[in-house]
Design a protein around this ligand. Structure first.
Ligand code: AMP
Length: 422
């Protein structure tokens, strides 16, 4: 029986990879331009890093983690997100001892046991960027500016930046109580999950997609009415710095984000092309995370962009598919040998060349060159070879010329460089 991939786990095929590489390349360029360095962290971590870091009462920890016991009896988990691991690495390697401010990014797969549907997978890729060690609201706006700049650079349109403040350790508990009181009166409207959330983490109810739950929270008290002086001041400054950076935003008092560790600034960038799964990226400040995982008070802020969701919104970029620069159509054994030799020489120079390995007819080789969308075809027949020449055919405008085999490399380099620049 044929073995298929696991449900919710995707292959990224060669025809799509150009866009993936473009997105990742752009992220690296933009983030490094903002002074961020890449960090690579393991895919597997101790389960408690996530249960403590993300919070026991979150959907991720309660029901979405891929957790198993290894052969030594350790409970391990495939990372459902990257922030906790990055924070762990920052502490473990004492990155703060060099400089307390660390600007880090990482790109890679995350794993959540969610119900797969379009835009929601069990293995999905995220681009994460985090700043550790700064509580100044300047950095909140700086990170958001970087995010928006990146999204625009990859070609995303119809964006809206939504921001909110979630308060802090001091002011969130009274808000939580007020919300709980309000929703207890409407508990009959809540789904079974939300009835449970009401007891342990009522803020999660804002994320519920069930219509009656959405109705129940419609007039709920808003977190921004409860935040303390310090949080209010922080939020005002974030807004001021965002405006200073020329960014427009809307305040969404219902956006609370799915993870427990967020404090103060929370943000999402939504796109109106996406239907139900419209959040392409989300992030925020998490001044409690380090306390949970390392017992220290270090502030942090960051975001995660879902690559699959981002790509699903981008206009198709045919120019990112890598077609051969040249197909060498050879006729006869000697010509095939020369074609092979030439192809190897071109490859060493970074020119994508293909040959026919089967000794097929000229017609069938031309058909294949066409199918592969080769830009040029070099026809090497016996008559041409005798003159040390070949016929170079431009497959786009169908023009052709006789060229010396010796000069094919320099000729192609010139032509390809010209078109790849244009
Ligand atoms: P989160 O870590 O939940 O804040 O998610 C950040 C971003 O990752 C979201 O905005 C999505 O773009 C993406 N994302 C989260 N969960 C999934 C999933 N199961 N499948 C695909 N993308 C996801």
């Amino acid at each position: 029986m044929e073995i298929k991939a696991i449900r919710g786990f995707n292959d990224v095929l060669p025809e799509e990879i150009g866009t993936w590489q473009f997105v990742e390349r752009t992220a690296r360029e933009v983030f490094e331009g903002f002074g961020f360095s890449e960090i690579r962290i393991p895919i597997l971590e101790r389960t408690e890093l996530f249960s403590r870091g993300i919070g026991e009462a979150t959907d991720i920890v309660e029901k979405e983690m891929y957790t198993f016991t290894d052969r030594s009896g350790n409970s391990l988990t495939l990372r459902p997100e990257a922030t906790a691991s990055m924070a762990r690495a920052y502490l473990e390697h004492k990155l703060y001892s060099f400089d307390p401010v660390a600007k880090l990014y990482c790109i890679g797969p995350m794993f959540r046991y969610e119900r797969p549907q379009k835009g929601r997978y069990r293995q999905f890729y995220q681009i994460d960027a985090e700043v550790f060690g700064v509580s100044n609201p300047m950095v909140d706006a700086e990170v958001i500016l970087m995010l928006i700049h990146f999204l625009k650079r990859v070609g995303l349109r119809d964006l809206e930046l939504e921001i909110n403040s979630l308060g802090c350790r001091e002011c969130r508990p009274p808000y939580r109580e007020a919300l709980k009181r309000f929703l207890t009166g409407r508990a009959f409207l809540l789904c079974e999950d939300c009835k449970r959330r009401l007891e342990i983490n009522p803020l999660r109810i804002f994320d519920c997609k069930v219509e009656t739950c959405k109705g129940a929270i419609l007039e709920a008290p808003q977190v921004t009415d409860f935040i303390c002086e310090g949080c209010r001041d922080h939020f005002e400054k974030v807004k001021e710095y965002l405006s200073m950076a020329g960014l427009s935003f809307v305040i969404n008092p219902r956006m609370v984000r799915g993870l427990d560790y967020y404090t103060r600034t929370a943000f999402e960038v939504v796109s109106y092309q996406l239907g139900a799964q419209n959040a392409v990226t989300g992030g925020g400040r998490y001044d409690n995370l380090f306390r949970e995982i390392g017992g220290v008070d270090i502030p942090g802020i960051g975001f995660a962009v879902g690559i699959e969701r981002l790509i699903s919104l981008l206009p198709e970029r045919k120019d990112l598919v890598l077609y051969p620069h040249l197909f060498i159509a050879a006729l006869g054994t000697e010509a095939q040998r020369r074609a092979y030799e030439l192809m190897n020489r071109l490859h060493l120079e970074g020119i994508r060349a293909e040959i026919d390995y089967e000794g097929k007819s000229l017609k069938s080789q031309m058909r294949r060159a066409d199918k592969l969308k080769a830009r040029y075809v070099l026809i090497l027949g016996e008559a041409e070879l005798a003159k040390e020449k070949g016929v170079l055919r431009n497959m786009i405008n169908q023009s052709q010329e006789e060229v010396p085999i010796q000069s094919i490399l320099s000729l192609l380099k010139g032509k390809i460089l010209r078109t790849e620049k244009s």
